[in-house]
Design a protein around this ligand. Structure first.
Ligand code: GAL
Length: 376
């Protein structure tokens, strides 16, 4: 028993040595850190905004999980203002943070701060959104963003009954009028969602089964800066009063984020949708935000993508803990996330497509929300 244990410890030590010896890009801890140095160290956590409730959950989870490991945490929100975020990072570096976890507003806007962090031997973990155009990003914790886009589009097709729930051909023939929305162009994820969705939708568009009546299909035109719900609402209103003024109906809307979906549904409502005679189109989403889960329950929004922020926080925190102890964090993707300067070793988490049929099982039974929160 004892021997076996010693053996296990010895092989763990060997593994650590072997890992430490491999791959220069993996040497990110850079001997900057050692387990004793960083006990109880300060970790700087920056989140983009409190406007969207998911980032509040993310921030709370990261903070409490780091504190449970004995770290001190400086958690900041920048309310989608880039200069505020850069200043928060400057402050955290000055205050002696030993590691930074960053969910950026604009992935390209923080290169100077990342350079300063590097100069001060502070490792950086990109949280959900990749930090771009910088060699000074050590790890990335996120979900499988390309797959998210594919599943948003697949869910749209299922809602339109072009596909069955099992992925086989559905009963509907179309053609269906669909409008497309994309996320913020300064967020790397938005491109992943868009490309993933287009991969699935393109054959249907080419076949004429799905018709983007506005003809607005390119990323730049359909993207919504800062993921702003009001901008999405305005764009949907404009589409309704231009493209659809002759009486044609919208059958589906590809929306990459719940905040946008709420804005889109609100524009549709003002224009007469949401009645028995004229039901809402199939509208997708992402993040399982409470307002959208309620909307799904009521049969308004069709679906969302549930990304468990507690799990994302756990991943980022265990990456941080490993780096601060001079160890190698676990990653599962070393190919897909090129930030323009390097491929950032990433941990991609799975997610679940949620609609009316499974929100109870996925969101209530798992404790993400209480039934009372959704029923209120
Ligand atoms: C993205 C994120 C989405 C959504 C969106 C708006 O970066 O991947 O899940 O939260 O931002 O906040």
């Amino acid at each position: 028993m004892r021997l076996a244990r010693v053996g296990a410890v010895a092989s763990a030590a060997l593994l650590t040595v072997a890992l430490a010896a491999c791959g220069s890009s993996e040497k990110t801890a850079d001997k900057q850190t050692s387990s004793t140095d960083n006990k109880g160290a300060l970790v700087g956590v920056t989140m983009p905004t409190r406007v969207s409730e998911r980032w509040i959950k993310d921030g709370d989870s990261v903070k409490s999980q780091l504190e449970a490991l004995g770290y001190k945490v400086d958690l900041q929100y920048a309310e989608n203002d880039i200069p505020t975020q850069t200043q928060q990072l400057d402050n955290q570096i000055t205050k002696g943070a030993k590691l930074l976890i960053i969910a950026s507003i604009d992935g390209k806007a923080l290169t100077t701060q990342l350079e300063n962090a590097k100069a001060a031997h502070i490792p950086v973990i990109a949280y959900d959104r990749l930090l771009l155009n910088s060699p000074n990003v050590d790890y990335y914790a996120t979900f499988d963003n390309g797959k998210v886009g594919e599943q948003q589009a697949t869910s749209l097709l299922t809602g339109l009954k072009l596909l069955k729930a099992d992925g086989s051909k559905g009963t509907a023939k179309g053609p269906f009028n669909v409008e497309l929305f994309a996320g913020s162009s300064d967020d790397n994820n938005a491109t992943f969602f868009y490309n993933g969705a287009m991969k699935v939708l393109k054959p249907y568009m080419d076949a004429g089964t799905i018709v983007v009546k506005s003809k607005q299909t390119d990323f730049k035109t359909i993207s919504i800066l800062r993921w702003d719900p009001a901008t999405a609402q305005k764009r949907m209103e404009d589409l309704l009063t231009s493209t659809y003024k002759g009486g044609a109906k919208v059958d589906g809307v590809l929306s990459p984020y719940d905040g946008l979906s709420i804005g889109i549904l609100s524009a549709l409502k003002s224009s007469g949708y949401g009645t028995a005679a004229q039901p809402y189109p199939i509208v997708t989403g992402q993040d399982a935000e409470l307002a959208s889960v309620k909307s799904i329950k009521k049969g308004e929004q069709y679906s969302t993508i549930y990304k468990d922020t507690r799990q994302l926080a756990k991943t980022a925190v265990s990456m941080a803990d490993a780096v601060l102890k001079g160890q190698q964090p676990q990653v599962n993707n070393t190919t897909d996330y090129n930030n323009g300067n390097k491929v950032v070793p990433s941990m991609l988490l799975p997610f679940v497509v949620v609609d009316k049929s499974n929100y109870q099982k996925e969101l209530v039974d798992t404790g993400y929300y209480t039934a009372a929160q959704i029923d209120k």
